[in-house]
Write a new protein. Structure first.
Length: 302
């Protein structure tokens, strides 16, 4: 078998087998556990911006029954996942895709993940997958178990998590402002020109000049100081509204909120350990967040 991505197709007598063989090799490597790999099974790729190994473990534990026979793939190894998408795209183009593949990302994930018609893409309905852990009674039970006391109630947990969320507002605001400016700048750049030209340097220079003109234009309009101040105020009001209506648990970064909560409450354990205890408690209680359930059942039933 040729290595994935090899170009000398015409020199190999076994190349027709390469699509399935390449998929098996790449998938087995990404799944990580040969005992857990299911040849011919559907594939679900976790492409969150944080710890994709955790995403895979979290979902796999909560939905062990629903995901039986489905290969769960961590997106932590970006190069391996990119290679998988390339193999899937090649198989799709040839009509040789042996099964169905899916990918799921956090809601805050920026464009830039591999996009392929071979992969059905989903997005959690919360900022991070860790937002699904912001369940007051579960956080309360785990926090109390650490101190062997009844220090916390669901109400005090709600207040403590809300205070922790307040402390991440500044970084959320900065992130959203930078994303806003970056999108406008990137959309202003277009280096396209006719491929039939005989004066490539001249045409590219003209395309660069047009892009610079567009950038200079938005610097005095959409990206002017006054417009950016207006955008900042709009985002601040949006965030404040989320505290008023309770949607902050979905729209602010759950990963950072839990980290702040652990620090503020001096729980005596690190964030990762506390996070894993929350998952274990969810599994014990059979708690399956609705936003997760919808996607997992869609993958299972498709």
């Amino acid at each position: 078998m040729l290595p994935c991505g090899a170009d000398r197709r015409e020199t190999s007598q076994i190349r027709p087998l390469a699509v399935t063989a390449d998929l098996d090799v790449v998938l087995a490597d990404l799944v990580g556990d040969l005992a857990a790999y299911r040849p011919g099974g559907k594939g679900l790729i976790f492409e969150g911006g944080g710890d994709s190994d955790f995403d895979k473990a979290f979902v796999g534990q909560l939905f062990a029954t629903e995901l039986r026979g489905i290969n769960l793939i961590s997106g932590t190894n970006k190069e391996r996942v990119k290679l998988l998408h390339q193999v899937l795209s090649r198989a799709y183009e040839k009509g040789d895709l042996p099964t169905k593949y899916y990918a799921v990302t956090d809601r805050d994930t920026l464009d830039g993940n591999e996009d392929s018609p071979a992969v059905n893409r989903f997005q959690w309905d919360v900022y991070h997958i860790e937002n699904f852990l912001l369940v007051e009674n579960i956080v309360c039970d785990v926090a109390n178990s650490l101190g062997l006391s009844n220090r916390y109630t669901p109400d005090t947990i709600t207040n403590a998590l809300s205070l922790a969320a307040r402390k991440v507002v500044s970084e959320v605001l900065i992130h959203r402002m930078r994303t806003h400016a970056n999108k406008l700048l990137i959309n202003s750049i277009n280096l396209g020109f006719s491929p039939n030209t005989l004066t490539i340097g001249k045409e590219l220079g003209s395309a660069v000049s047009r892009s610079v003109e567009r950038i200079n234009g938005i610097l005095t309009t959409a990206l002017s100081e006054s417009k950016l101040v207006d955008e900042e105020q709009r985002i601040r009001e949006d965030i404040e509204q989320s505290f008023a209506n309770g949607t902050w648990k979905n729209t602010l970064p759950g990963r950072e909120i839990l980290k702040r909560f652990c620090d503020d409450e001096n729980l005596g354990i690190g964030y990762e350990v506390f996070r894993n205890l929350l998952v274990s408690k969810m599994v014990d209680l059979g708690h399956k967040p609705e936003g997760m359930r919808r996607i997992i059942e869609t993958v299972r039933d498709d």
